[in-house]
Design a protein around this ligand. Structure first.
Ligand SMILES: O=C(O)CCC(=O)C(=O)O
Length: 190
């Protein structure tokens, strides 16, 4: 693995039974968004997303101003567990719902100004296993780690500064996956 010091695997934090129940509940209760408008054009994402945050916290993800939703009780419970596990506090979470292996997210870094100079991001996976790819911004060296159901991966600040990441399509997969990335937005807008 190329960037092990920046990616910390916390392993399984939910049992298969608990993560199955969470997945089912969140897929049912969350209001999902797949479209956004930027530069006067409408885009449809190859995945579904939802954004939950404390009041007053706004975040523009890849020029996509996400509609903010008020925390759901199961998400707050997950947030508290993740914070206790990794020792960092978060005020928001981006949910990404990969309906099957066709859904994906392209190469990017979560280095938006709203996350400050040194963003720590905690990433929880529920459902199908996918491969999390990362590529060094300068050298273009790349590698991947499998991200499994119920597991927590912590991305240290240098990871966003030095590496891009993505989830590539895996068309053979039919099962859904939900990813929750907990973030601390440090710049607030009115
Ligand atoms: O689904 C994943 O594990 C990664 C999601 C992602 O790239 C992001 O939230 O920025």
């Amino acid at each position: 693995m190329l960037g092990p010091e920046f990616l910390i695997a916390h392993g399984r934090i939910y049992s298969p039974q608990a993560s199955r129940a969470l997945l089912r509940r969140l897929l049912g209760e969350v209001s999902w968004q797949s479209e956004f408008v930027a530069f006067g054009r409408r885009f449809v994402l190859p995945r579904l997303q939802a954004w939950f945050a404390d009041a007053g916290v706004h975040y523009r993800y890849s020029e996509n101003m996400l509609e903010q939703q008020t925390w759901l009780e199961p998400l707050l419970a997950i947030k508290h567990k993740v914070e206790a596990q990794c020792g960092h506090q978060f005020n928001s979470v981006l949910l990404t719902y990969y309906r099957d292996g066709h859904d994906h997210v392209s190469w990017h870094a979560d280095d938006e100004r709203e996350l400050g100079e040194a963003p720590v991001i905690a990433s929880l996976s529920l459902g199908a296993s996918r491969d999390f790819h990362y590529r060094h911004k300068q050298t273009q060296l790349s590698d991947s780690v499998p991200v499994h159901d119920g597991e927590l991966l912590l991305m240290q600040p240098a990871f966003q500064q030095e590496w891009d990441h993505c989830i590539l399509p895996q068309p053979e997969l039919t099962a859904p996956r939900l990813n929750l990335t907990f973030r601390q937005v440090v710049m607030r807008r009115a």
